[in-house]
Design a protein around this ligand. Structure first.
Ligand code: PHE
Length: 341
């Protein structure tokens, strides 16, 4: 068996060798325990020192202390070194680096279209109106001259909610009564928003789609004002100075007279598949706000008159962007959405 002094020298060399080989925190901790732990090799050497001669103690005591110090110092330094080299590794990892084939975000076609529609009406002096999607029977029907059991309720396949008298709004006309009661006259506003109908889904029908409602109330407002506003709007939207409209009678209980406005096909001069070779596209239901609706809002129909229109914003967006299937607007297909970046 070698002397204590020889063992101390051997342990010192071993420590140096093993410390150099360490390259992570776990290995370092294992090495520390092996040498400096309660049952570690240095403790073992101290125990041997206890039973040595005085002379040996004088010689080996300082050597052993030096080894212990070296181990403690080496552990500390190695720890700092390891920490620095890991953070160096992080510093060179660039999270913003370009990766080929990366997907870029884009605004949804609805967002593009609604902004465009709103900007046109804002430029004509209309303000933006808003209302909830979960509505009361009152705002969706009764206030619009459609009392309970009125057959006109059948025009709207309604999603009724479990709470009595509550529904998902079937049209944006719900904002009419809200705006008329809240705002001062004269009033001109539009509301773009989601509406819901209990319908079977196919390429041209969805249970959820967008409408744009518009109202204008003042003294001496007539149907001519409605036609002028709609024509101006369509001309701005399709970038044509000559686009015209035509009108037909239509029925909605909350307007009298009621109209259906068709626009000249903006895509052809002789007939195409979009206008089904007729040169006309049906787009805008509207009319003069019914006196009963004005009265309900506390407005005197002998003094004031107003028009209202409510068009299918989804349908117009499909026409504008040439979208053939309504489901493309809600299925989140990236290939389709990329067209709008
Ligand atoms: N809200 C009606 C619908 O969705 C459309 C409309 C609005 C008709 C305003 C006339 C006036 O069917």
């Amino acid at each position: 068996m070698s002397t204590l002094q020889e063992q101390i020298v051997a342990q010192t060399l071993l420590w140096q060798q093993e410390l150099t080989a360490v390259n992570n925190h776990q290995q370092l901790e294992e090495l520390r325990i092996k040498f400096l732990g309660k049952k570690g090799s240095i403790q073992g050497l101290f125990e041997q020192l206890g039973s040595c001669s005085l002379e040996e103690k004088r010689m080996c005591g300082p050597l052993l202390n030096a080894l212990k110090n070296e181990c403690e110092k080496g552990t500390k330094e190695k720890k700092i070194h390891l920490a620095a080299s890991t953070s160096e590794h992080h510093a060179t990892f660039d999270v913003t680096a370009y990766t080929p084939g990366q997907l870029e975000g884009s605004l949804h076609p609805y967002t593009h279209f609604i902004t465009e529609v709103q900007n046109i009406f804002l430029s004509m002096g209309f303000e933006l109106l808003d209302g909830p999607e979960v509505e009361t029977d009152y705002h969706n029907f009764t206030a619009l001259n459609i009392p309970a059991d009125h057959p006109a309720r059948d025009m709207y396949d309604t999603f009724w909610l479990n709470s009595p008298g509550m529904l998902m709004r079937t049209h944006t006309s719900t904002v009419q009564m809200r705006a008329m009661k809240e705002k001062k006259l004269p009033l001109a506003g539009i509301c773009t928003g989601r509406v819901f109908r209990h319908e079977a889904v196919d390429a041209s029908h969805d249970h959820t789609f967008f409408q744009c409602e518009g109202i204008l109330i003042d003294k001496n407002v007539t149907l001519a004002n409605l036609f002028g506003v709609i024509e101006e709007f369509l001309r701005a939207l399709f970038g044509s100075d000559t686009l015209t409209i035509r009108t037909r009678p239509g029925f909605f209980p909350f307007v009298e007279p009621g109209v259906e406005i068709d626009m000249q096909c903006p895509f052809c001069t002789t007939g195409c598949s979009t206008c089904k070779k007729t040169r006309w596209i049906e787009v805008f239901p509207g009319g003069m706000i019914h006196p009963n609706v004005l009265k309900e809002a506390g407005i005197d129909p002998t003094v004031y008159s107003g028009f209202a229109f409510g068009f299918g914003l989804t349908r117009l967006a499909m026409l504008r962007y040439g979208i053939k299937d309504i489901r493309m607007l809600s299925n989140g297909k990236v290939q389709f959405l990329k067209r709008f970046t």
